[in-house]
Design a protein around this ligand. Structure first.
Ligand code: SF4
Length: 341
């Protein structure tokens, strides 16, 4: 029987971003803009990183996106250097898809609980014990785990890809997120065997507290990322990836939304749907740990000072073993080709 690969509170770091004066921020923003040009670099940021960094990506011709779009943008952009503001698997994915480019991150300490909860050796044994199944892994995994897979998916393409494989009669081995896996299984009816990892941020959204909040805001729409527990997903008006949540906020008629995903997304939500009101879905984690603050502690490590320092020093380069990277590229390419059809 597979053990539970969710992280314990003690394994999750607490990270408090530095408070910067307005003048210091402006000086750093100026430095980053200059250094991006000097290094022929483009900034690729995730929706969950700090608003300052998202704005810099937008203002300098980079992108702010979900992990699928980040991967595609980095691969297709002509810059010789990519600076990825996100977590480690995003930097690695950029490097796998663009091995000829140099890829840097503001910090190499930015992990992901799903990646950490899927050790390659144990995952290999799980695959070997189930050789009749097509191995599908979520993008939030290490290069080594991707290299063991047949397909990589993101939350925006998980359902259509599993539908496609299931229609071909394939049985699925899914890793690492048990909540996203259960959501995809319920949507598609596919035969899916699930690994038991979880996102420390999304797992904290609580159904009872969300129901109470709905009573206070009865007309609010509920937008939920599918890494959340099933009970939270079940009362959503729209379930989707970060990009799909942003689109839903624009499309749905509600004036107010309760949003169950990392609160870093609120910056883009407010820009994309001005005039609408966004409320954080409630969490009830373990006291004062970052498990209960609806903000990923690893995403929070992408700070303006670290970004400028990386560009200045050339530290924090993402390196991937070329053999493992080439193997991992195949399932990633499959996803990108499927999505492009
Ligand atoms: S929010 Fe969750 S899934 Fe995203 S990087 Fe953080 S721990 Fe991983």
């Amino acid at each position: 029987m597979l053990r539970d690969y969710s992280l314990q509170p003690a394994d999750v770091p607490v990270h408090f971003p530095a408070l910067l004066s307005a003048s210091r921020k402006e000086a750093l923003r100026t430095d980053v803009k200059r250094l991006l040009k000097e290094r022929d670099a483009v900034l690729v940021a995730h929706y969950y990183v700090a608003a300052d960094i998202q704005d810099l990506a937008d203002e300098t011709g980079g992108c702010v996106a979900d992990s699928l779009e980040m991967a595609r943008f980095g691969r297709d952009h002509p810059a010789s250097t990519l600076v990825v503001a996100g977590v480690r698997f995003m930097g690695e994915t950029a490097k796998i898809l663009s091995p000829q480019k140099r890829v840097f991150m503001p910090t190499l300490q930015a992990e992901c609980s799903l990646d950490l909860g899927c050790p390659p050796d144990e995952f290999r044994a799980f695959c070997e014990a189930n050789p009749d199944r097509t191995v599908v892994v979520y993008a939030n995994t290490s290069v080594a785990v991707k290299a063991l897979s047949d397909w990589v998916v993101t939350s925006s393409v998980g359902v259509p890809i599993i539908e496609h494989l299931s229609a071909r009669g394939e049985k699925i081995l899914w890793a690492p997120d048990k909540h996203l896996g259960a959501f995809v299984r319920a949507k598609t009816g596919a035969d899916m065997l699930l690994w038991s990892g979880a996102c420390v941020v999304h797992e904290e959204f609580k159904f009872n507290a969300l129901e109470d909040l709905k009573k206070v805001y009865p007309d609010a729409g509920v937008l939920v990322h599918p890494e959340s527990p099933a009970a939270v997903i079940d009362i959503a008006d729209r379930v989707g990836s970060t990009s799909q949540i942003i689109r839903a906020a624009q499309e749905l008629p509600h004036d107010t939304f309760i949003v169950a995903t990392d609160r870093g997304i609120f910056h883009k939500l407010r820009k994309s749907a001005p005039g609408k009101r966004f409320i954080e879905a409630p969490t009830a984690g373990d006291g004062a740990t970052c498990r209960s603050c609806a903000h990923c502690p690893w995403m929070a490590m992408n700070e303006l000072e670290a970004l400028a320092a990386t560009l200045e020093s050339g530290d924090n380069e993402v390196l991937v073993d070329p053999v493992v990277g080439t193997r991992a590229m195949q399932p990633l390419q499959r996803m990108l080709e499927f999505q492009a059809q």
